[in-house]
Ligand binder design. Structure first.
Ligand SMILES: [Zn+2]
Length: 419
């Protein structure tokens, strides 16, 4: 059965590529986002054609989430494939060689926006399920394909599906890892806002900073310097004291990405806001990282006579970079002791004839939501990270075919076992 399925995938690789190209043709750049209704309806129809039951939910209007599942009678376990079908934005001045949403194949590559990140990965997962189902393989368990929009903006589609009960026993995220089996560090954004309760004229500055002035005021911009410096100390301490195997030392950064402050030269700055991106290690729970940062910010503030009484407002994360200017991507580890992971690594060697690499992906995706929900997860898909979001984005065709073969073989292995 396995050989027959692998041969079918090899023989039908042009159809697989055409399917991936079809996905690329749907223009789903994010931002502007909220443009995935058509592609999700198209995908739902394709899933139904191969006998999957589909359900969809509105994350936002024009941004549905789709779940397709093949449910053999009496099945107890569920294997999930989860991918996003929004793609990185395209700016008009980017100078593509081809129109980004008119995919082309050339010299072993498929070109187009979303080819690597991650429409070809979604195509490979669908194709694997399709080939297995159409071969009439005896499946004892469920195979689920979840496709979500909004991921590029940190929207919580996958989180919502998990909360709605679309969970499973193991999840594979076909993001571009060049088929390495990956965990990831986590990322969370943070707004730190310093506000003065009073607004002063620029002429009052002397009375705030010199002996005998008698005005207990401060520039929010200058106070933010303390926060910036203090957070650099924390970042350095993390880099020196924390590490995770397979992750480059010091990847757990605290980046002051955006700053806004002051209103006009005739005023003392009465407000300053700083937007951070915090990266943490694969084995660090989000809540623990938040506690540590909050505690550090509190200590910085308590060491300053003015901040002590005017502590900064601190807001972590958010559910959309556009709507509330924040995002959260929890971390995920690859547990090589987990039987599903073991089985995937074994299948990898059998089907692709080489040893799988288990590493940490230097980027973030929805895998962390599965880990947070207690669902074992790996990131493993075709394409390279350098291609993601790039001008003339492309993906190696042979890797898309390899991904489909690996997924199909793993579906068979996962669904054959009676446990
Ligand atoms: Zn992605």
């Amino acid at each position: 059965m396995l050989n027959r399925i692998l041969t079918t995938i090899e023989n039908e690789k042009d159809e697989l590529l055409a399917f991936a190209a079809e996905l690329i043709r749907f223009q789903t750049p994010d931002p502007p986002a909220h443009n995935t209704k058509e592609i999700q309806e198209w995908l739902a129809a394709r899933m139904q054609e191969i006998g999957m039951k589909t359900t969809s939910y509105d994350l936002y209007p024009e941004e549905p989430l789709l779940v397709g599942v093949s449910e053999p009678f009496g099945a107890q376990r569920t294997l999930i494939f989860n991918g996003h079908i929004d793609v990185a934005q395209v700016n008009p001045d980017e100078g593509w060689d081809i129109p980004p949403f008119e995919p082309r194949s050339r010299e072993g590559y498929l070109y187009g926006r979303g080819a690597a990140d991650m429409k070809a990965g979604v195509a490979a997962a669908f194709w694997a399920i399709k080939t297995v189902l159409q071969a009439g393989a005896p499946l004892r368990h469920n195979v689920m394909l979840q496709t979500v929009g909004g991921e590029e903006a940190g929207e919580h589609g996958s989180k919502m599906l998990l909360e709605l009960g679309h969970r499973g026993d193991f999840a594979i995220i076909p993001e571009p890892t060049e088929l390495r089996v990956c965990g990831q560090g986590g990322a969370v954004t943070l707004w730190v806002t310093i506000k003065s309760q009073k607004t002063y004229h620029d002429g009052m500055r002397a009375r705030m900073i010199h002996a005998g002035g008698g005005v207990d005021g401060a520039s929010a911009i200058e106070k933010m310097v303390k926060i910036i410096t203090g957070m650099q100390e924390l970042e350095r301490a993390w880099a020196v004291t924390k590490s995770y195997p397979g992750m480059a030392s010091g990847s757990n950064t605290i980046n002051p990405a955006v700053i806004k402050g002051g209103r006009h030269p005739a005023f003392i700055a009465d407000e300053c806001a700083l937007w951070y991106t915090i990266h943490f290690l694969p084995n660090e729970p989000l809540e623990a990282v938040k506690r540590e940062v909050l505690d550090h910010l509190r200590r910085i503030s308590e060491a300053d006579p003015w901040l002590r009484h005017n502590p900064p407002e601190v807001i972590f994360g958010g559910s959309s970079m556009f709507r509330d200017r924040g995002e959260i991507f929890p971390a995920s580890c690859v547990d090589v002791q987990n039987p599903c992971v073991e089985q995937l690594l074994q299948t990898f060697g059998e089907v692709l004839g080489r040893s799988p690499e288990v590493v940490i992906w230097p980027y973030v995706c929805d895998a962390g939501w599965f880990a947070e929900a207690g669902v074992p997860v790996v990131i493993c898909g075709p394409g390279s990270l350098e291609e993601a979001h790039a001008v003339n984005e492309k993906i190696a065709i042979h890797q898309v075919v390899e991904a489909a073969k690996l997924y199909a073989a793993y579906i068979l292995a996962f669904c054959a076992e009676d446990r």
